[in-house]
Design a protein around this ligand. Structure first.
Ligand SMILES: Nc1ncnc2c1ncn2[C@@H]1O[C@H](COP(=O)(O)OP(=O)(O)O)[C@@H](O)[C@H]1O
Ligand SMILES: [Mg+2]
Length: 361
């Protein structure tokens, strides 16, 4: 049953692994990771306008998760592409925006009570790649070392692949005494090891992590910035996935995932807290310094929902007609809250402090 990287790994064991996974170290780490996640869940409610977080954090996650796959773009390019849909964006920027769409789309399905099934995973992958990706039949599910080009893993193929996927789907839907965070670690490994699609497996798997937390009620909105941790520990991420395949090194893998959850739950918590503080300070400054005909709570919130905005953003939000909207933005620039730049025919206004905050780790 030993693993041979030159052959499809059709012996990939089904879930759950037979061994006892709940060592003292794992249980201890489960407690702190769950605690951190619980504070993050509550922090999501610190900002009454949930659109602020739902817009900003999944975009960071989409950017980081794609970056793991060498799909690299900048926050600036992303927001510009979002705001100026007529302007051609580069393919990497588009792919990251598709990732965010895929995440939203699946998130709202889960919120409506849709279960996490193979077909949901399939549609997530299609949404990310914006094409009809097939579940592999006999095509090679290759994992290649991106630096050396060497094939490091061949995923199961043929009928076996369907059997593994079915088992994964049942495991996701099932329940036992295992902590959901341990289950999440098993699920992430298994999806990557099955590698059901030609491409997009890593990203689909990382979207699944967030959906699973939402489905289990451990998060309300998709705001865990997990890929940030994975980027910082990328070689360990690959090494530990591999070690499960080679010698069932589950404990190290589970501890890695639990630490990723704990650490990013805490950093996302602080990020939300900082956004809340900045929102309050900005509102306070606007109340003091803007003409009373310009100031409104909704206007301040809008430049947090859309850190890059233009006149039509204000019009579309129903806050003012064109001329007045243009004046609002100018007044916000005058008191230093926004900064503007002309791109083509459009003037774009940036909420600089928020953009800086979002781009920091
Ligand atoms: N040894 C391994 N065993 C299982 N999965 C792995 C291994 N090495 C890397 N992976 C997973 O494969 C993903 C890359 O697969 P790929 O289909 O190219 O995803 P994407 O298109 O999202 O790039 C990595 O992000 C990682 O999750
Ligand atoms: Mg890829």
């Amino acid at each position: 049953m030993s693993f041979d990287p030159t052959k499809p790994y059709n012996e990939l064991p089904l879930l759950p692994p037979p061994e006892d996974l709940e060592s003292r170290a794992v249980l201890r780490k489960c407690i702190s990771a769950n605690r951190a996640l619980a504070s993050l869940k509550v922090a999501g409610n610190l900002i009454p306008n949930q659109a602020i977080l739902i817009n900003a954090i999944p975009l960071q996650e989409a950017k980081a998760s794609s970056e793991i796959e060498n799909i690299v773009t900048s926050g600036d390019a992303l927001y510009r592409a979002d705001l100026l849909p007529g302007n051609p964006a580069d393919p990497h920027t588009k792919e990251v925006l598709h990732y965010r769409e895929a995440l939203y789309h699946a998130y709202y399905k889960i919120k409506e009570g849709h279960p996490i099934t193979t077909s949901l995973l399939h549609s997530i992958c299609n949404d990310i790649l914006r094409s009809e990706v097939q579940i592999r039949m006999f095509g090679p599910g290759k994992i290649v070392n991106k630096t050396t080009g060497e094939v490091v893993y061949l995923a199961p193929d043929g009928e076996v692949l369907h059997e593994k996927l079915q088992n994964l789907e049942e495991f996701i839907a099932g329940d036992d005494t295992l902590d959901p965070l341990i289950r999440l670690s098993l699920i992430h490994y298994q999806l990557e090891a099955i590698h059901p699609f030609e491409d997009g497996n890593g990203r689909t798997g990382r979207i699944l992590n967030i959906l699973y937390l939402v489905e289990k009620g451990l998060l309300d909105i998709p705001v865990l910035y997990l890929s940030h941790y994975i980027i910082a520990h990328k070689s360990e991420y690959y090494r530990l996935l591999r070690a499960v395949t080679e010698h069932e090194a589950w404990e190290d893998w589970i501890l890695f995932v639990l630490d990723a959850i704990e650490s990013t739950a805490l950093s996302t918590y602080y990020k939300i807290w900082n956004i809340k503080t900045l929102l309050e300070d900005t509102a306070e400054q606007c109340r003091r310094e803007l003409p009373s005909t310009v100031y409104s709570k909704e206007l301040v919130e809008l430049i947090f929902v859309q850190p890059y905005s233009k006149v039509s953003s204000i019009v579309d939000a129903g806050l003012a007609k064109r001329q007045t909207a243009a004046r609002y933005l100018k007044e916000l620039e005058k008191i230093g809250i926004l900064k503007s730049e002309k791109i083509g025919k459009e003037r774009i206004y940036f909420n600089q402090s928020l953009i800086k905050l979002l781009s920091e780790g």
